[in-house]
Design a protein around this ligand. Sequence first.
Ligand SMILES: *Cc1c(COP(=O)(O)O)cnc(C)c1O
Length: 383
Amino acid sequence: MSWKIPLADLVFGQEEEAAVLDTLRSGWLTQGPRTEAFEAAVAATLGVRHAVAVANGTAALHLACAALGLGPGDEVILPALTFVATANAIRYTGATPVFADITSLDDLTLSPLAAAACITPRTRAILVMHYAGYPCDMPAFQRLARQHNLALLEDAAHAIGATLEGRALGAWSDTACFSFFSNKNLAVGEGGLLATDRDDLAGQFRTLRSHGMTTLTWDRHRGHASSYDVTTLGYNYRMDEIRAALGIVQLHKLPQHNAARATRTAHYRACLTAHAPQVGQPFTQPRGQSAHHILPILLPEQADRAAIMAHLKAAGIQTSIHYPLVPTFSAYQTEPTATDLARLPHSVAAAARQLTLPLYPTLTETQIETVVAELTAALEKEN
Ligand SMILES: *Cc1c(COP(=O)(O)O)cnc(C)c1O
């Protein structure tokens, strides 16, 4: 299927092509100088001491949980309205994800009050997710984490370039996890990164991402090291130089791309208000500067979402759902992750009505108007 208006689209140009070619011609493809340069550039952008690039966002989440020493019997509080990888990463360590509700149908991020109500003597961490790039209430989560001596983690997969009170998302917690998957604001294909101010965690991330080895292949290649020890059970979660080279170029373009997403979001909001007032628009009062990763709407309660998606598909418009609630998946319905959905009223209501419309930096005003017109027609067909 080739879409007239896809959900997301890459914006790659000659700079990306040149960066990949340069890398191929450099003769070194795995984690090396480009990865180091990408890490330094991301750390500077976020204002954090350390950035550690990894193979994908899920690997970043896994290493965050592993470096905290999470294991069986430990609990981590997270939103139910997130991508399954957020919860899977906790389970890789043997720890138990505990799903808490979002704040409201306007603020689709984890509720600090709901999270507080989930704290038990086994709770070790809170893992928030900046939905669509809109900031969670980080000052409240910092207080909660401090008060109960918990680690605070950010799933910042949607949030590169977003800020709260002038501080980058990803710089508000013990460590933040980014994804550079193809449909994310900064895209390299498959890629991820951990941001942290903590020297101890950064050291662990670097060791864990490369088999637990004490020296790098790159250092041995340069003759800086000839042997190594393995100090811990590690993984191969390295990023390669081609992805890092793409990342450097994409990071450079990020402010411009995020600004383009912001103006397109504003145009969507105006069109929806004018032509489809029955559609809910979450995040009317965002608490900071969003990265505008996706454009989420809430359909009217009685609307047939599948029929509306089918109507849009017939018009060549791709839509999606962010997200089916993680605790409703089969893999999450057995103990210890079986969750009473009655505890998550806002998440259940949002997940039932949520629809994601196309959003990317090169989407045109006319395309946005077409999407809203087709959405309006689909809603009218229902009545
Ligand atoms: C994309 C995404 C991930 C996983 O990232 P990958 O790079 O695809 O592994 C995790 N959490 C959220 C919220 C995401 O959107």
